[in-house]
Design a protein around this ligand. Structure first.
Ligand SMILES: Nc1ncnc2c1ncn2[C@@H]1O[C@H](COP(=O)(O)OP(=O)(O)OP(=O)(O)O)[C@@H](O)[C@H]1O
Ligand SMILES: [Mg+2]
Length: 511
């Protein structure tokens, strides 16, 4: 083999070496960090205790799995007199002289130094898609003390990682405040058996609206709804409406979008189904998710401290089994190459498209046994779409591929393509959306509001990523986004309609 070939191969092998990720963060490795793991089931006070250390520290960062939860903590902490800013992909609220920050996990800095960091829902490290964000935080945070909150499924992996990083690990085990009781009877398929304080769990937007319609038609209850495509502000408004005790909204119909960390006045969790469509196939809801969802019932400090769980008609045995059996231990946690690693790899393969580059790196890279490479199907779909957009640097292309977009929503994808084209041509990207005339009176109008909000959210994310010089309509986008979230809330209060199927799947999900 020629010497030149050997060098090129060596370089390729070096670029594809993703082993020992603890060495990617030398500043964090230069510190001796104390990791405190609040480990236990839902509703056991883990986040509460971690937040006490966070608030007492001179400086702190709280890393949330959801925008909604970051906003909740931001409000809660400021209300106790500790100045705290907020940073999510879409919004930054700087509080004057704040020494604390509540952010979404993807947004946390590995440069800034904090006295205390809290990483909530740390078992998400094993999530096939988002896991790498938690792994990055654990490996890279520059904090003297890191509080992890989560269940015990990742305890062994975290022990291993702390041994690799050389950090001290202290584990606090927790018990649930009040046991969760499975009701022996299901609702036997009758909406008339719905009671105040019920959360009916379903896993598709269409089903959510069907159930809401049925409950409001056949009973005197009024429903709040929460699902992933609703803006966080609307989800929050619906959660508050449900939490207030003296109004007619006493039933929640929602997907697992409320499943993590939130405190709601739920007496009983009723699983309408325990089968979920994951975009490719239908399968039983994993036991860990069942536990997480059911754990929302009977929260300490809520109107219903004794939690119940049941099903609408079927699957009671499956529910009982999921709640009784111990959590499956995660053997590996997520990892994803950094942009710098991708760039180094790209220099070896200048002829490859971005998508092929990603595939090649993920297929050929070497990683330690503790890790897996996170799925990045969304990124690949966006990369495919943007292939025809010329003049984007690797870094810009990477940025567009990370933008939060629902790849199944063709209208949102069209806007993303327009943003990328505008950016490559002039580095000046307009919002290109009109404010809707009023609240929705049917599902088509409602879907339109949802999509518009998602596009605005994407614009705001891109503005943060690429700078406001390139995305100058941030103020208008923020105002419009707040107004649309408000219109969505009004639409839910005023309307009750038959839902449409939002996306055409190949292989329809059984409803
Ligand atoms: N020592 C305490 N005093 C008063 N309230 C508490 C205390 N500990 C926890 N709580 C309250 O109990 C509820 C559940 O606590 P927390 O959110 O910390 O649970 P968790 O273990 O983090 O649950 P999850 O796993 O679902 O996130 C919260 O409303 C919290 O404010
Ligand atoms: Mg918690």
């Amino acid at each position: 083999m020629a010497a030149d070939d050997l060098t090129a191969r060596d370089l390729m092998m070096a670029a594809a070496d993703l082993t020992a990720p603890q060495t990617w963060y030398p500043s964090a490795r230069a510190m001796r960090r104390r990791v405190v793991y609040h480990c236990g089931p839902t509703n056991s006070g883990k986040t509460h205790n971690a937040l006490a250390s966070f608030s007492a520290a001179k400086s702190g960062v709280y890393c949330s799995p959801l925008r909604l939860l970051a906003m909740e903590i931001f409000d809660k902490v400021n209300a106790t007199g500790v100045s705290c800013s907020l940073r999510t992909g879409q919004e930054v609220k700087e509080v004057a002289f704040a020494s604390h920050l509540a952010c979404t996990i993807e947004m946390v800095s590995t440069e800034e130094i904090y006295e205390v960091a809290v990483v909530d829902e740390v078992q998400m490290m094993a999530d096939p898609v988002r896991g790498s964000a938690w792994t990055r935080a654990l490996l890279g945070l520059r904090a003297e003390e890191i509080h992890l909150c989560g269940d015990d499924s990742v305890l062994s992996v975290i022990r291993k990682i702390c041994a690799d990083t050389g950090d001290d690990l202290l584990v606090h085990q927790y018990e649930r405040f009040k046991p969760l009781v499975v009701e022996e009877n299901t609702l036997r398929g009758y909406f008339q058996n719905i009671r105040s304080g019920d959360w009916v769990v379903a896993f598709s937007r269409k089903k959510i609206f069907e159930i809401k319609l049925a409950i409001e038609t056949y009973t005197h209850h009024k429903c709040c709804v929460i699902y992933g495509a609703l803006p966080p502000e609307t989800r929050r408004q619906q959660a508050e409406l449900f939490n207030q005790e003296h109004n007619e909204y006493d039933v929640l119909v929602a997907t697992d979008a409320v499943g993590m960390g939130l405190n709601l006045n739920i007496r009983r969790v009723v699983f309408y189904t325990l089968i979920k469509y994951d975009g490719e196939k239908t399968a039983s809801v994993p036991a860990s998710l069942v536990k997480q969802i059911a754990g929302r019932a009977g929260r300490r400090g809520s109107a219903y401290p004794h939690g119940l769980a049941t099903t609408f008609k079927y699957d009671l045995c499956y529910l009982t089994r999921c709640l009784e059996e111990p959590l499956e231990e995660a053997e590996k946690v997520g990892l994803f190459p950094t942009f710098e690693q991708l760039e180094m790899f790209a220099s070896q393969f200048p002829e490859l498209t971005f998508n092929n580059l990603l595939n090649k790196l993920c297929d050929t890279c070497r990683i330690d046994d503790t890790y897996f490479i996170c799925q990045h199907d969304n990124m690949k779909k966006v990369a495919d779409m943007l292939e025809g957009v010329h003049g984007l640097s690797l870094k810009s292309r990477y940025g567009f591929c990370l933008a939060p977009v629902n790849t199944r929503n063709s209208e949102a994808m069209d806007h993303l393509l327009r943003f990328a084209n505008n950016y490559s041509e002039s580095h000046y990207v307009t919002m290109g959306l009109e404010m809707p005339s009023g609240y929705a009176t049917n599902d088509t109008q409602f879907l339109d509001l949802e999509t518009k909000h998602q596009v605005l959210s994407m614009y705001l994310w891109l503005a943060q990523h690429f700078g406001e010089d390139n995305f100058p309509h941030v103020q208008e986008a923020q105002t419009m986004s707040t107004n649309i979230a408000d219109l969505l809330g009004q639409s839910l209060a005023k309307g009750c309609w038959k839902p449409q199927l939002r996306y055409q799947f190949i292989g329809q999900p059984p409803e």
